[in-house]
Design a protein around this ligand. Structure first.
Ligand SMILES: CC(C)(COP(=O)(O)OP(=O)(O)OC[C@H]1O[C@@H](n2cnc3c(N)ncnc32)[C@H](O)[C@@H]1OP(=O)(O)O)[C@@H](O)C(=O)NCCC(=O)NCCS
Length: 155
């Protein structure tokens, strides 16, 4: 069997220009069927200190996932922020945000980024209230029709 070099294969880090093709592969492959489960398992393995849940009684009523940038540990991204319907507007989101930011800062993170749908008013307002600024609007960040606002907070 020929080795990989026979294909003039190049293995390189992912770049922004690969987005459409990699997204296509990801959704055509095995991952699509259990996308949420894959994400939860992967983040629990990769970023356990900044994968936080909010628990009320015995129920998980919210969670957040933060992760530190591999090439620049002074930067981090909050990848998920979710409070269960029926538990919103009780400052649980704010508590999760403060908690994950606290852990990140404790690990010498100086700048936290996140993306949010521009029309997601409750989320945008919460982030603004917590000191995040609007950094840029990224058209089609998650594909056609899925623009995202990048927000940033530096300490
Ligand atoms: C965005 C989200 C996480 C916010 O969570 P939350 O727990 O409702 O947020 P908070 O309660 O901390 O803050 C929200 C509201 O509580 C209000 N609030 C603040 N202090 C309060 C208090 N002491 N008592 C009552 N309400 C208070 C805030 O003013 C805010 O007002 P709003 O209703 O006008 O937004 C939640 O709406 C959600 O899960 N949305 C769906 C997922 C999502 O969009 N995630 C963000 C992706 S980037």
């Amino acid at each position: 069997m020929p080795g990989p070099e026979a294909h003039e294969l190049l293995i390189r880090p992912y770049r922004d220009e690969d987005f459409t093709e990699v997204t296509g592969l990801e959704s055509a492959g095995v991952y699509e069927r259990y996308q949420s489960a894959v994400f939860v398992r992967q983040m629990a393995t990769l970023s356990p200190a900044t994968f936080l849940v909010a628990v009320s009684g015995k129920t998980v009523v919210g969670f957040t996932v933060g992760t530190i940038v591999q090439d620049d540990p002074a930067q981090a991204w909050i990848l998920r922020m979710m409070v269960r319907d029926g538990f919103r507007h009780q400052v649980i989101g704010t508590a999760l945000l403060r908690a994950v930011a606290g852990v990140l800062h404790g690990r010498s993170v100086k700048t936290i980024y996140l993306t949010v749908a521009p029309k997601n008013e409750p989320a945008v307002l919460m982030y603004l209230r917590e000191g995040f600024d609007q950094e840029s609007l990224q058209p089609a960040y998650f594909g056609g029709g899925e623009d995202r606002l990048v927000m940033k907070r530096s300490s």
